[in-house]
Design a binder for this molecule. Structure first.
Ligand SMILES: NC(=O)c1ccc[n+]([C@@H]2O[C@H](COP(=O)([O-])OP(=O)(O)OC[C@H]3O[C@@H](n4cnc5c(N)ncnc54)[C@H](O)[C@@H]3O)[C@@H](O)[C@H]2O)c1
Length: 358
């Protein structure tokens, strides 16, 4: 082990926007014994400088090549818009850096293949931030389903909603330029969540609407079906309401789970014996008591500062995978598979509704 036992891993972050400040820097700050964020880089020079000063990061750059030329970095964390994930990753891999990169890994599978080949050639780790897989209720549900807690897995339903002010209303936001528009931003989350339970997705269908009728966002409501070898995932993605929602239902032959990924709750629905009033009331009481129990536990975690979100978990596991020379928590092949299914969805969208660009 322990190429880094005496030295902390030196991380450089590219992109100083929303997700870096909200999740990546806080996650690295919790790993102070193992990691130091040595430099940040943003093409907006002032933003890079402000970020460095706000988080006491020693150096700020406006160009990745310059940062790599000046600093000796072990890890590059790529948090730019997806359109430039691949070229930035290739530059850093060729300098021998391990790569953590935000979802989606890239926009095409051929870009993913190039990165995977280069990472093998340079013997560096490449990990895509599929953070929702590491939210505590999702981790727990995945293990329980694997262990047969709800019998044979039948299928799942995902409902994600992002408030319209966050996405749709921002006319010049880069997400409108992604393949599939808004779908290209949230879609990858729903695909990798589905792939945690489905395999070999070969058929997809998609329905789309433009509810708010902004010309820069050709669609703002999506319904997607993913057909795996043995199960189907039904996905609803909404950008038209003013709500954040993130719910997942998992159905098995002997029961079901409901995950509230905003409240970080896992509710179990055991096999129902009858539709009698007593049986229905008992089931409702069970749901209420599980919700209250989960909220109390989460409340204690918040008070005692022991809350770990998906980003905290995956970033710590990624750092450990380097220190102990283990596979990263999300394999680049999983990132590629997500991109492959996203390509299928976007192709289907264009086939059905024509290629509407923003
Ligand atoms: N996992 C999650 O939950 C989650 C949530 C939000 C965003 N994301 C992902 O994170 C990534 C960034 O999203 P965001 O919301 O932080 O975007 P953002 O627009 O807030 O920030 C992106 C930053 O990258 C900078 N940038 C662009 N090109 C650059 C370049 N060539 N070199 C250096 N900097 C450059 C921009 O100036 C900007 O400051 C995207 O891939 C997005 O899909 C993930």
């Amino acid at each position: 082990m322990e190429r880094y036992s005496n030295n902390k891993l030196k991380v450089g972050i590219v992109g100083c926007g929303f997700i870096v400040k909200k999740r990546h820097i806080p996650a690295f700050q919790k790993l102070k014994k193992k990691v130091v964020v040595a430099a940040v880089c943003d093409k907006g020079e002032n933003l890079a400088k402000r970020t460095a000063s706000e988080y006491a990061i020693p150096k700020a750059y406006s160009d990745l090549e310059e940062m790599l030329g000046q600093e000796k970095l072990d890890v590059i964390d790529i948090c730019t818009p997806p359109q430039i994930h691949a070229p930035l990753a290739m530059t850093a891999i060729n300098k021998g850096c391990h790569i953590l990169m935000e979802k989606p890994m890239a926009l095409t599978t051929s870009d993913c293949d190039q990165m995977i080949d280069a990472s093998h050639r340079k013997r560096v780790k490449l990990c895509v931030v599929h953070n929702v897989l590491f939210h505590p209720p999702f981790l727990k549900a995945r293990k329980l389903v694997q262990d047969g807690a709800i019998g044979d897995f039948i299928g799942m339903r995902i409902f994600l909603s992002d408030p319209r002010d966050e996405m749709v209303m921002r006319k010049d936001y880069w997400i409108h330029k992604l393949p599939g528009g808004l779908l290209g931003e949230t879609g990858p989350h729903t695909v990798y969540m589905s792939l945690a339970f489905l395999n070999k997705v070969q058929n997809v269908d998609v329905y789309a609407r433009n509810f708010l009728e902004h010309h820069w966002a050709p669609f703002d409501e999506f319904r997607i079906e993913l057909e795996g070898e043995k199960a189907i995932s039904s996905i609803a993605i909404s950008y038209a309401s003013n709500r954040y929602m993130a719910n997942v239902d998992l159905l098995g032959t002997e029961g079901a789970f409901h995950l509230d990924l905003q409240g970080m709750l896992l509710i179990r629905y055991p096999r129902k014996e009858s539709l009698s009033t007593l049986s229905l009331a008992t089931a409702s009481l069970s749901t209420i008591s599980q919700t209250i129990g989960g909220l109390v536990t989460n409340g204690f975690k918040v008070i005692s500062r022991r809350v770990k979100l998906g980003h905290d978990v995956i970033i710590e596991k990624f750092v450990d995978s380097i220190v102990f020379d283990q596979p990263p928590p999300v394999l680049p092949e999983e990132g590629r598979e997500t991109v492959r299914v996203m390509e299928m969805i976007v192709d289907r969208l264009h086939q059905k509704y024509g290629k509407r660009e923003s």
